[in-house]
Design a protein around this ligand. Structure first.
Ligand code: ASP
Length: 344
């Protein structure tokens, strides 16, 4: 098993470095030097410094790209104030926090993921271990938890009081035909069912790429529902020859378009990261029958091998465009994206 895995890794790594060589030659004639290393997170000002700095510190110490990605991904997972990722994430219909995450290494095309994982604060780290320490790619539910336990992860209650109260208000507000009375401390508006998730994409100084997506998924989801976030090609895709992409928002739409894979392939065909993300937004709107039929949003982020970054969303507001943030040797920059449908 080890030999086969080693072979896969070596073969993929060789392919990647050959094409890196070709790409670099082309770029040398084309213009500006690649901007690397670089880390992107799919959130703007509020989280940029907190999330990106720990990953950047790994690069500054000469560390590996996977460590950089993991350090950044763990920030929101461990923060109870963030209610869409990891500890303190928003629970499913039954009030249980079930987490999804995946990890991908562009150098080898290796990947790992966990879904519907309960009681473990950092699913990104478990997904990385699935990638590095097993011959599988996806582990779900109880199996994922047993695997995490085997690797020494502590099992803890992930439901903070803040998330529990939000869930309770939502539950009490769902129907006037059940036995739950309406919320005592104010309604929870289902129209604004929160989404979250974070994508981390990185390019190191050798031009290698990696990424991670982590989430507590759709608030109030059916127990066992798995979104796009832990699915390779949907919530995340990384290809060392081209770039990396990640998605947040309505996961079912990203799943049925193989969203992140689609975006990487658009970049392979010549689009910039922002144009590639926009192309996916158009595709999703089209298969839904046009803008007037769309009552959800997705946001896509991408980077290419030159260190260009972009993002685009289905819905947006003039005063609140979709954003991502990148860190490079020049510091942190906010990447402002476009959107297709203006919402109030
Ligand atoms: N994409 C995630 C999911 O569908 C949710 C989100 O991004 O907020 O599970």
């Amino acid at each position: 098993m080890t030999d086969r895995r080693h072979f896969i890794k070596t073969a993929a790594g060789l392919g990647a470095s050959l094409s890196l060589f070709t790409n670099l030659k082309v770029r040398a004639q084309e213009g500006p030097a690649p901007r690397r290393p670089l880390i992107l997170c799919s959130r703007g000002e509020e989280w940029a410094e907190k999330v990106l700095r720990p990953g950047w510190n790994v690069f500054e110490k000469g560390g590996d790209i996977l460590d950089a990605v993991e350090e950044s991904a763990r920030v929101t997972e461990l923060d109870p104030e963030d209610q869409s990722v990891g500890y303190g994430g928003l629970p499913n219909e039954e009030g249980v926090v079930q987490l999804d995450a995946c990890f991908m290494d562009g150098r080898t095309h290796n990947c790992g993921s966990v879904a519907a994982l309960e009681m473990i604060k950092t699913p990104s780290s478990v997904a990385r271990l699935v990638m590095e320490r097993t011959d599988h790619i996806h582990l779900v539910g109880e199996g994922a938890r047993k695997f995490a336990r085997a690797h020494g992860f502590k099992e803890e209650n992930l439901l903070t009081d803040k998330s529990r109260k939000m869930w309770l208000r939502w539950k009490e507000n769902l129907s006037d035909k059940d036995d739950w009375f309406p919320p005592k401390d104010g309604n929870y508006d289902l129209e604004k069912r929160p989404t979250g998730t974070i994508n981390i994409l990185a390019l190191d100084s050798q031009g290698d790429l990696a990424g991670c997506t982590t989430t507590s998924g759709l608030f109030g989801k059916l127990p066992g529902r798995i979104g796009d976030s832990p699915i390779i090609g949907a919530g995340l895709y990384v290809d060392n020859e081209v770039g990396a992409a990640g998605a947040t928002g309505r996961g079912e739409e990203i799943l049925r378009t193989c969203g992140s894979f689609f975006v990487v392939e658009q970049m392979r065909a010549g689009k910039s990261p922002r144009e590639a993300c926009e192309a996916l937004c158009h595709r999703i709107v089209k298969i839904n029958g046009g803008p007037e039929k769309v009552n959800f949003t997705d946001k896509i982020v991408a980077i290419n091998k030159n260190g260009e970054a972009g993002c685009f969303a289905i819905q947006g507001r003039k005063d609140k465009p979709p954003k991502a943030a990148v860190i490079t040797a020049a510091g942190i920059q906010i990447v402002e994206g476009g959107y297709l449908i203006e919402v109030g």
